[in-house]
Ligand binder design. Structure first.
Ligand SMILES: *Cc1c(COP(=O)(O)O)cnc(C)c1O
Length: 386
């Protein structure tokens, strides 16, 4: 296991830092292209919010994926990384005028619209520029994903999307407006989904909605089913590449595309999670009254997922071959939630040992903050330090 990392070189770097295995990222992108490529009319975008490290973005752009953005900043970062505007989609429940204008100025592929007031603002801003904005409507399919409550997005109670019953109303509204053109429907049911039947439920919903569209003699060019494919946080070594075959096959089998339609995907976590690890150094071993704490120099300012979603990340001591002992691995931040793991087994851990917090490539570095006036973590790609 330690063979995975160039430990001697990593030992010399200032901690905490993110380390991205570029070979694994490449293999993951190859698997995506291979599996999606088996299905005609499948187009894959990368959800930039998962990880916007400029070097990581460049690898993903080079593999030919499009970019799914949720802010003006992400559109700018994507353009800078070389994504063509024609492959950029812009989603989000609250788009500011300046963000919409960036999209319009660059002629991005599509705005994923989440309400009629937003549609009207996009129309007005496009009119002021003498342009016609391509839009897709994000519908809330009221499909539950069997994942953490904080990361389901496709239930009627969530803030995202337009109610299915309003689909015809918004499409008719768009047809009345001169500076928007409806080109598609958009969906996204949640994140870290490993049960393919959740995606099947979405397919069934899309099929029903398409039938309704047909009754009104409406054809949209693009169906976008969002992202959400999960990764194996328990086994980052054994299952380092998600099951893209099963994922794309589910859609190929269950979603009935009409002739000429394109099916878009927006994968975030599944692309980048497994290639990233957060490296942190052990500061102190504290023998508490009832347990032993490994106090490390990374905290939730570097990786917030355990504190925010009670997320599990596998942790390894890459400096030690000693017999295992049981620890709580905790950070230095003045909050009780600053805990990476409770009661886990690590090789006997001493001050100075380097720990790898695995599967941290998605929603890790990008969510870092400076709370407690901490420094932001550095990031290295494996091809930079080998
Ligand atoms: C977050 C998000 C994604 C990516 O989700 P993952 O679970 O990381 O694949 C895709 N589409 C939209 C609209 C999102 O908000």
């Amino acid at each position: 296991m330690k063979g995975l990392f160039p430990v001697e070189r990593l030992e010399r770097l200032q901690t905490p830092f993110y380390y991205y295995d570029t070979e694994l990222l490449r293999q993951t992108l190859r698997a995506i292209n291979e599996e999606a490529g088996k299905h005609e009319h499948f187009v894959v975008h990368y959800a930039v919010k998962a990880n916007a490290n400029p070097k990581v973005l460049r690898y993903i752009r080079e593999a030919g994926l499009g970019a799914d953005c949720v802010s003006g900043g992400e559109i700018e970062a994507s353009l800078k990384a070389g994504f063509p505007a024609s492959k950029i989609v812009f989603a989000g429940v609250g788009k500011s005028d300046w963000e919409i204008n960036i999209g319009l100025d660059n002629d991005i592929f599509c705005f994923n619209v989440e309400s009629i007031p937003e549609l009207e603002v996009i129309n007005a801003l496009a009119e002021a520029k003498g342009k016609v904005a391509r839009v897709a409507f994000r519908l809330n399919p009221n499909v539950g994903a069997h994942t953490h409550a904080n990361i389901t997005t496709g239930l009627a109670e969530n803030k995202f999307g337009i109610a299915m019953n309003d689909m015809m109303t918004v499409i008719e509204k768009a047809s009345e407006l001169k500076n928007v053109k409806c080109v598609g429907l958009h969906f996204h049911i949640g994140s870290q989904i490993l049960d393919m039947s959740d995606f099947e439920a979405l397919c069934n919903r899309v099929n029903d909605l398409q039938k309704e569209l047909e009754r009104h003699r409406i054809m949209v060019e693009h169906i976008n089913v969002g992202g959400g494919l999960g990764v194996d946080y328990q086994h980052p070594n054994r299952v380092s590449i998600p099951d893209f075959k099963a994922y794309f096959n589910t859609y190929a089998k269950k979603l009935k595309l009409r002739p000429g339609q394109t099916l878009h995907f927006e994968l975030g976590r599944a692309v980048v999670a497994q290639c990233g690890s957060l490296f942190t150094r052990t500061l102190f071993i504290k023998e508490g009254a009832v347990k032993k704490f490994a106090i490390v120099d990374a905290g939730f300012t570097d990786l917030i997922r355990p504190a925010l979603y009670q997320a599990y990340h596998k942790i390894e001591n890459v400096s030690s071959d000693l017999p295992t002992e049981t620890y709580d691995v905790v950070g230095p931040i003045c909050e009780s939630t600053d805990v990476f793991a409770k009661q886990i087994d690590l090789n006997g851990t001493r001050r100075g040992d380097l720990l790898a917090i695995r599967s941290a490539g998605a929603y890790g570095e990008i969510m870092a903050s400076q709370y407690n006036l901490r420094r932001l973590p550095q990031a290295y790609l494996s091809d930079e330090i080998v």
